[in-house]
Design a protein around this ligand. Sequence first.
Ligand SMILES: C[S@@+](CC[C@H](N)C(=O)[O-])C[C@H]1O[C@@H](n2cnc3c(N)ncnc32)[C@H](O)[C@@H]1O
Length: 278
Amino acid sequence: MSNTIYIGYYFKVKPLQPGVEILIAELGYAGFESFVETEEGVTAYIQKEEWKDNMLDDIQILESDEFEISFTSEDIEQTNWNEEWEKNFNPIIVDDKCSVRAPFHEKPDTEFDIIIEPKMSFGTGHHETTHMMIQHILKNDFEGKSVLDMGCGTGVLAILAELKGAKPLDAIDYDNWCYLNSLENVERNNSKHITVLEGDASLLHGRHYDIVIANINRNILLNDMETYVNTLNENGVLFLSGFYKDDISVIEAECNKYSLKLVDTLERNNWVALKFQK
Ligand SMILES: C[S@@+](CC[C@H](N)C(=O)[O-])C[C@H]1O[C@@H](n2cnc3c(N)ncnc32)[C@H](O)[C@@H]1O
């Protein structure tokens, strides 16, 4: 193990749920790499050289009146993340049909069983947006469809889409950790039709899909929407998440510009996941 020094930020969150989930998502977007949840709060880690003094400025939940959040920080030696995860990562089951678990959990009795090496990537199914995207995939037809999972994190959504019969599939993430973790998970789940790529929307030129799944965040989605739409086949379907209920109008307006129609909305703890039809 290297001697990388991390800054560990320990946040106490009251009330814990759903505050802790929102906090983790916002810290993840800000650049924190790893999180360990306990019953009292969450410790967020970032490499010392990645830390910038203004990093907490955009964490909206810290300004919220709904939650009381205090934090302390300290320099720490690199932790064995897997060990920490093993202590704190519970399997999840979505709609009695799909389990997402780590290799060290017992196999549940579900139609779809996905094994994720948790490590540091987003996408263990615990976040509301991943949960709702799994629900969308479960209730839609993927048989024989070509699929793009943009911002794939652990690759969980692409893996489920393949289990539902989709092929071929591309899973793309601009983060090297997520790219490597997706490769590992694709192999572990024996997903034969998924190609994992490292990069962003600039990779999409000349590629076409029946279904595009993108659980990223409001600003990236707005910025890259035209590229997503151009990559979508006629009558294609676009699933979007990574933003709050309040953002629906701006996301829908952007989609309407390209004649995409909002046909289904899921909501969970103020987060939403939308289905658009081309
Ligand atoms: C909210 S996570 C979703 C992960 C996974 N798809 C899930 O549903 O759990 C967003 C992912 O998008 C990636 N990402 C953010 N901006 C991106 C961009 N411009 N292009 C590609 N990936 C991006 C992040 O690295 C992160 O893994």
